[in-house]
Design a protein around this ligand. Sequence first.
Ligand SMILES: *[C@@H]1O[C@H](CO)[C@@H](O)[C@H](O)[C@H]1NC(C)=O
Ligand SMILES: *[C@@H]1O[C@H](CO)[C@@H](O)[C@H](O)[C@H]1NC(C)=O
Length: 308
Amino acid sequence: MGVKSKAAAAILVLLLFLGSLWLQGGLDYHWDSCIKGYNQVNKLHQLSNSSGADGAEGSQLLEGCPGQTFQVSLLLSHLLAAPAYTSDVLLQPYLSSWDELVKFMDALGPMVGLISKEIESKTSIIRQLALLAEENPEAELGPDIHSINSGSTEVGTKKDLGASQHTGAYHSVRSMIWVELNRGVVDFHHQTDSGCRTLLRLHRALLWLQLFLEKLAETPVAGRLRSPSELCREAYQSTLANHHTWFVRRAAELAFIAMPERGFFFRLVCVQNQDELSTVLNRVVRAIGEVYNRTQRALEENGMLDLP
Ligand SMILES: *[C@@H]1O[C@H](CO)[C@@H](O)[C@H](O)[C@H]1NC(C)=O
Ligand SMILES: *[C@@H]1O[C@H](CO)[C@@H](O)[C@H](O)[C@H]1NC(C)=O
């Protein structure tokens, strides 16, 4: 596909997106953020440089990648910090992981960057709710975190988490579910801006990114590597597309056409070849999997997988 037709597709997608819904929430796109996304991508192309990544399986964290806004090492450390107790997920590192994933999406071009704007609005809804809960602690039905995470063997770690964590209601996925259910703010029939409903939207998008990264990490035994845009579309079709209207599906699939080639992803995470990319991405995919599975179980146990 030539540059001109890519541009034409991009403009079409932009128009489609402006009038549609992404994660079934209100879209609030701004032209300036769109232009910012475009400039950022251009800058990333210029800054691209590959300094060898460590990639060693044993080392706990990855090295930083100079010249990139998105840092895969930061993403991994946030993801690894999120699981807590036996089956819970801490919201602060969960949302920080999303901050990094938003930078990842922004790097993939202005069209995917538009999707990330919607993600950002979701993370800020939960952050707002957490702030409100902290400001009005008297209004809070403070749950006993230990009863929520019953069976926990890590009782001692709670105090060590420090004051930087959200406390109370929005400390973790399970505490949020517990508090919102008790306050009656989760509506199972109508659309609301509850934390649970918002989390579900993020949760669904996380599965899409997990699958995309998993596919990007695959090295076929025979045959050639497939294009990221094809893999991203495939990942979308088997995940998020199930929750989208026909209109949003068409727009999303167009957005993936303009996705960068594989070499771009090498530079984005500072690796030289597909083997190194697989090593890095597989670690990220496993970390996402742990977070995703825990969130999935918490939502499922509370019948929240279909919140409108
Ligand atoms: C690019 O990486 C090489 C080593 O891989 C390094 O010597 C060089 O200084 C880097 N350039 C920039 C602009 O970071
Ligand atoms: C998450 O759950 C899936 C399906 O139940 C399983 O295949 C996968 O190994 C789990 N991932 C992790 C990291 O626990």
